[in-house]
Design a protein around this ligand. Structure first.
Ligand SMILES: *[C@@H]1O[C@H](CO)[C@@H](O)[C@H](O)[C@H]1NC(C)=O
Ligand SMILES: *[C@@H]1O[C@H](CO)[C@@H](O)[C@H](O)[C@H]1NC(C)=O
Ligand SMILES: *[C@@H]1O[C@H](CO)[C@@H](O)[C@H](O)[C@H]1NC(C)=O
Ligand SMILES: *[C@@H]1O[C@H](CO)[C@@H](O)[C@H](O)[C@H]1NC(C)=O
Ligand SMILES: *[C@@H]1O[C@H](CO)[C@@H](O)[C@H](O)[C@H]1NC(C)=O
Ligand SMILES: *[C@@H]1O[C@H](CO)[C@@H](O)[C@H](O)[C@H]1NC(C)=O
Ligand SMILES: *[C@@H]1O[C@H](CO)[C@@H](O)[C@H](O)[C@H]1NC(C)=O
Length: 599
């Protein structure tokens, strides 16, 4: 029961293909069909097949024809989930010049999808996926266990360097098939200029930021710290979870003046590909000295300043919640060690941090700034959400759930809500031309969010102020990461974003929302509530092995009280660029970042 009430804030980039993944067996085919064959390759311990081929996967997908009845059921359930719970359903209809987003009336556009004719089910699923991703809301996407389960890989990844004169180049970052290509310039992709192709891909087919510059970074490769090591993250252009339109991509390369054109087929590696960074070995990074490794965080000293890396935590489950809280206590210890060493300034590098538990973000904020108030939030109020809030609020063990009024503190009075009606409140806003109801604005009561038994370290007293910290990201600091960085930026901690386009300031973080949820979580919660009308469950259950993820609570700025954080354009104060060295050794960026501490 407990895990359904965890508010977990994770942006899952892709699930790498793993051996145990289930593949649909088509009942209508008694002979071994192509899907079964793929299944066998994946499950066979002795096979020496390393990759699944594009054409085989396509053939497998094409065994399932489009069924309009099934498609209609999917669309109806997706619409109900969005109508009931998607915090930005109405705001998405508004023009958005800051991020150049198309206004989207999701409900009517979902209906329009049903007007298309499809031959195969996967084409329909991909159209719905693409439409939802066009919101450019990293918490909001549709996942199909059948059609998003493979990772299509080119084996090559790219990055972008920007020269002092402002010229931008795409280069090969890593190539597992032919290391000789590393650092060759990529001039054309499929005979079109590489920068244009990647920009267009980032604009239309990525959704990890509303800001195109950050999405451009996500299409390319960059180093990330996570799982206790550095690995190559992003590279969405060459590492995809939807069957690509064409079976291969060509690259025109310039390797020290020698031009060549290579073609790469899309392949699906059977063994999960670990893109470990070949560039950083061991604990030290450049001239930075590791002084403490907290697994989810690392603490370095470089020259006279400290560097703290914090990774996406994704290890939390009921079984090991305490392990995560132990790591969190170690994060506090790491900061204390830097303070004890007399470190006066800190670069906080949160590049490629996709978020984690809200509780953890709040803990880190309070660790650095003990009096810090976190962003207030609210939820949609309507016929679907009210019964849920009311029923969950009757359960004592529901405290800690995002549907229980006792999980919150009123933003107006700074006291707990007197009753569930007090929490539901009576706020009406005009969004996207419609009057919409939201709950009273509230802060999470962090005590109720804590799910462990481990006694968390009482935060030590630390010496730093907003003048002593700078935040560095590659624009991909999402969710809980944004709850940290955007909140610190509101108290004037300087921010730096690296990468993007020449002389184009861009967002250092995105999606500092109140909470994210999924259709699966919702159904589990509903099933536990005996008094709810069972028609609600059938309305909201999404058929077809699909899970819908969405933003369920919106957070508001504290500096600019009516501004919804998710739609606020907050460009970084400063921009840095990658070059051949700094893309592979972040200590070069840390040294540049250290120039921006506030005077
Ligand atoms: C994929 O295609 C290659 C080249 O055509 C072939 O050698 C290989 O056996 C195929 N793999 C599978 C799993 O069918
Ligand atoms: C389409 O799906 C519906 C609902 O799942 C099912 O009853 C029907 O038999 C399917 N039609 C075909 C042609 O498979
Ligand atoms: C879709 O297919 C049906 C029948 O196969 C046809 O009558 C209809 O015109 C098609 N619609 C479009 C938009 O192509
Ligand atoms: C990107 O989207 C625009 C607008 O919808 C469209 O005109 C363009 O063809 C798309 N490009 C790609 C590569 O999908
Ligand atoms: C937060 O919740 C805890 C546990 O339910 C409660 O004891 C505490 O008083 C609450 N804090 C505030 C500020 O209301
Ligand atoms: C359950 O909801 C449906 C409509 O959603 C309504 O027709 C029905 O009367 C409700 N049943 C109960 C027991 O409230
Ligand atoms: C979803 O998975 C179940 C088994 O878990 C399978 O029977 C069913 O065919 C799948 N549905 C689709 C649409 O593939």
């Amino acid at each position: 029961m407990k895990s359904n009430y965890l508010i977990i804030f994770i942006l899952i980039i892709f699930t790498n293909i793993v051996c145990s993944r289930w593949i649909p067996r088509k009942e209508n085919d008694k002979n071994t069909n192509i899907c079964d064959k793929l299944d066998e390759y994946i499950n066979s311990l002795y096979s020496n097949v390393e990759y699944l081929n594009y054409s085989d996967i396509k053939a497998c997908f094409e065994l399932t024809p489009y069924n309009k009845t099934k498609a209609t059921q999917v669309i109806e359930a997706v619409k109900e989930n969005f109508k009931g719970f998607y915090a930005f359903l109405d705001q998405a209809k508004e023009p958005n010049p800051a991020f150049a987003l198309r206004p989207i009336d999701l409900i009517s556009e979902l209906d329009l999808v049903l007007k298309n004719n499809y031959s195969f089910e996967f084409q329909f699923i991909y159209d719905v996926t693409d439409l939802i991703q066009e919101l450019r809301d990293g918490h909001t996407w549709l996942e199909s266990k059948d059609y998003h389960k493979y990772s299509f890989d080119q084996g090559i990844s790219m990055y972008s360097v920007i020269r002092k004169d402002g010229t931008q180049e795409i280069k090969v970052f890593n190539d597992v098939k032919d290391p000789c290509n590393v650092d060759c310039q990529v001039i054309d992709i499929d005979d079109k200029p590489a920068i244009e192709v990647i920009t267009e891909f980032a604009r239309n087919h990525t959704f990890f930021s509303r800001d195109l510059s950050s999405r451009f970074n996500s299409a390319l490769a960059s180093l990330a710290f996570g799982n206790g090591d550095f690995y190559i993250a992003g590279q969405l252009f060459t590492f995809r979870n939807q069957l690509p339109k064409n079976p291969s991509i060509s690259y025109t390369l310039n390797c020290n003046g020698k031009f060549s054109k290579i073609t790469r087929e899309w392949q699906v590696p059977i063994k999960s590909v670990q893109y470990k960074s070949p560039y950083i070995n061991g604990a030290s990074v450049g001239k930075a000295t590791l002084i403490f490794d907290a697994f989810v965080a690392r603490f370095y000293i470089l020259q006279d300043f400290g560097v703290v890396l914090i990774s996406t935590e994704s290890i939390l489950t009921d079984a090991n919640a305490d392990l995560e809280y132990r790591f969190l206590s170690n994060v506090a210890i790491g900061f204390k060690l830097l303070a004890d060493r007399g470190i006066k300034k800190i670069v906080l590098d949160l590049s490629n941090n996709g978020g984690g538990q809200i509780f953890i973000a709040h803990y880190i904020n309070k660790l650095l700034f003990p009096n810090m108030q976190n962003f207030p939030l609210d939820f949609k109020v309507n016929d679907l959400s009210i019964p849920l809030i009311e029923e969950v609020s009757k359960l004592k063990k529901g405290i800690g759930s995002i549907f229980h009024y006792k999980s919150f503190i009123s933003a107006e009075t700074n006291c707990p809500f007197d009753s569930v009606n007090d929490f539901i409140g009576n706020n009406i806003y005009t969004r996207g031309g419609d009057q919409v109801k939201y709950t009273s604005k509230a802060f999470f009561n962090d005590t109720t969010l804590y799910t462990g038994t481990f006694k968390l370290l009482k935060p030590p007293k630390l010496p730093w102020t907003e003048k002593d910290i700078v935040i560095l990201t590659n624009g991909l600091c999402q969710s809980s990461c944004a709850i940290i960085t955007q909140r610190l930026a509101e108290i004037n901690v300087p921010t730096i974003a690296v990468g993007g386009f020449p002389n184009t300031r861009f967002s250092f973080a995105q999606y500092a929302v109140g909470a994210a949820y999924s259709s699966d979580d919702l159904i589990v919660s509903l099933v536990l509530l005996k008094n709810l009308n069972s028609s609600l469950i059938s309305k909201l259950s999404i058929p077809g092995n699909l899970t819908l993820y969405y933003t369920i609570a919106e957070a508001y700025s504290l500096k600019n009280q009516n501004e919804v954080m998710d739609y606020a354009f907050r460009p970084a104060d400063y921009q840095l660029y990658y070059d051949e060295r700094s893309a592979r050794d972040p200590s070069h960026l840390w040294i540049q970042a250290a120039k921006y501490f506030r005077k």
